[in-house]
Write a protein that binds this ligand. Sequence first.
Ligand code: SF4
Length: 356
Amino acid sequence: MNKVRVSFPRFGSYNIPIEYIIRKGLDCDYVMAPPITKKTIELGAKYSPDFVCTPFKYHLGSYIEAIDDGATTLVQVGGACRLGYYGEMHEQILKDLGYKVNFVNMANANFNKPLTFYDEFKKINPNMNVKKVAKATLLAIKMVEIIDKIEDYIRENVGFEVVEGSFDKLHQDFLEDLREVEDKKELNIIYKLYMRKFKNLKINKPKNPLKVGIIGEYYTIMDEYSNHYMEKELAKRGIVIERWMNISNTLFHNYEKEIKQSIKKYAKFDMGATAMYTIKKAIDYAKDGCDGIIHVKSFGCTPEIDTMPVLQRISEDYKIPIIYFSFDTQTSDVGINTRVEAFYDMIMMRKGEMMK
Ligand code: SF4
């Protein structure tokens, strides 16, 4: 009997734990959507309404590419903004384009009602075994934490690698080996092995390097193609990159009440999606001695647009420069790089002045 072939839009390194749940928990095949490229966004933009934010377009392009690679069931996750409505729109657009796929929309599930997840998983595989899904999900959570720990280390050190490309190469090897992991024991071995390998990579890090915090919208900040490889651009210039926003921090180690409390001077109400985290981390990075902050978002992202006047106040209060990037399908690499370069020159001169 042919297995169901499930896919999920490409999203950073997180497709690996998702693949694990689909294969090991739900006993289905997984179609890894191709890495995001110009073709993905062109496909997505072609069939999307103009006004939607870019994650919608990336997801749609990624779905089409996955279908072309054989996916028969697509999964959408939903989110705390209009992303929650995107599933229905994606489904309808794909239907109108003539694609015959099963579309499972996790936005229908509710974290406060775990059984709703069961209902959605059942739509992927009606014969699923709950215990297997639960076991695979727990391991996938661990995988996410490991990915985030490794990638945190990379952000902190890649800007100082002695052998150009050594961090990137080892990261690719890590992800390839992670994909082969079968159980918890193997996962722990891979984690320890690669953490050691990363720590053994030669770096030449000064005592007081430039440090920049990145804040902003969930998808754009975590998907390197969407932010035009912003972190790599910073690393090339020998900058330590701080980025709190990842899946572990937002989903598993999130202290929403404390966050609300700590930003109340700047925002009394939750402005939706990632807005609270953006404000909170801007304050933290300013206090932690970052030399500058980079705010990234998709064009038209209302929650993040709302944070911008607040960020201006934080910038003035803490005397920290903040630069704003808004990405759309038309954004050019040249424009981004020129602004990153100018920002780098400014924070470097400023640091030099402050250390005199
Ligand atoms: S957070 Fe912003 S960019 Fe992301 S899906 Fe929501 S509205 Fe769109």
